[in-house]
Ligand binder design. Sequence first.
Ligand code: TRP
Length: 334
Amino acid sequence: MKKNILTGLRPTGNLHLGHYFGAGENYVKLQNECDEFFLEIADVQALTDNFNNPDKVQKNVYEITMDLLAIGLDPKKVTFFIQSKIPEIAELTVFYSNLVTVSRLQRNPTVKNEIAQKKELFGNNGESITYGFLGYPVSQAADITVFNGNTIPVGEDQLPLIEQCREIVRKFNSIYGEVLEEPNPILSNNKRVKGLDGNEKMGKSLGNAIFLVDDEETISKKIMSAVTDPNKIKKDDPANPDVCMVYYYHNLVNKDNLETVCQECKNGTRGCVACKKELIEKMNEFLKPIKERRKVYEDNPELVKEILEEGSRKAGNKAKEEMSKIKEAMKLNY
Ligand code: TRP
């Protein structure tokens, strides 16, 4: 069976370590192990909760594309495209909206969480939820299937959306015939990355993220303020690395020296300041090649536009092909 990868990102901000270790690192590996790789910059999806901020979405289409190129995605292997350039996605969303109930969407755990977090936009109890936001999983099912994506590399939070897509696919096939393939999610090993404050999740809105574009001064400030073992008072007190965010990030970017960091922390021969300084250095080393690759695109923004235009053209052709099969099955082939 062919391995057709499809994944997407909402362009609402720059990539942080959570995105990188949760998904991006996996994309870089997978680009060499697949038949096709479509990467959607999901601007239409981003508008579902940023409809009042179109400038932010447009700016981040370019920002996030540069971040993705910077982590090592090769536009020769990965087709970058902009969601709004593919009208078939919107068309298919309308067809799929008949195959899912409103209550099923309201029970989707990811959607439920997001509604709860966006009180300002959707009200304290989700009473002002928009039709568009509630329906974005349907649109995501259209993204996936219109590119015949069967392999979906994502972070853990996306699993309920992939499950929702699988249900729509089964429903479609049971009514209109076996046309669509059920997609399978694949998770990277690290899954979720914790925040600088020890929160289970790193997130822009949580203010606890290290971004790939952070400069050295920012990295230094953020790491110096990271949460460490609260029971360690003096420099030579023994401490517990398992409750320390500095140790946690050593485990991501300083694997070679991890055992030493762990032992010295436990037996009290490693002070937190020295430990943080070592992490700052390793973090900067880790980010250096990423920033160097990014700079080429920052200096030549027309390259980024070309990649998106060429990719959107290629994606458009693929979507047209798949759409004609879908319309035929639905007796919409006039
Ligand atoms: N929902 C994803 C996010 O918030 C973005 C996305 C859009 C996506 N379309 C997709 C992910 C298709 C996987 C497959 O980041």
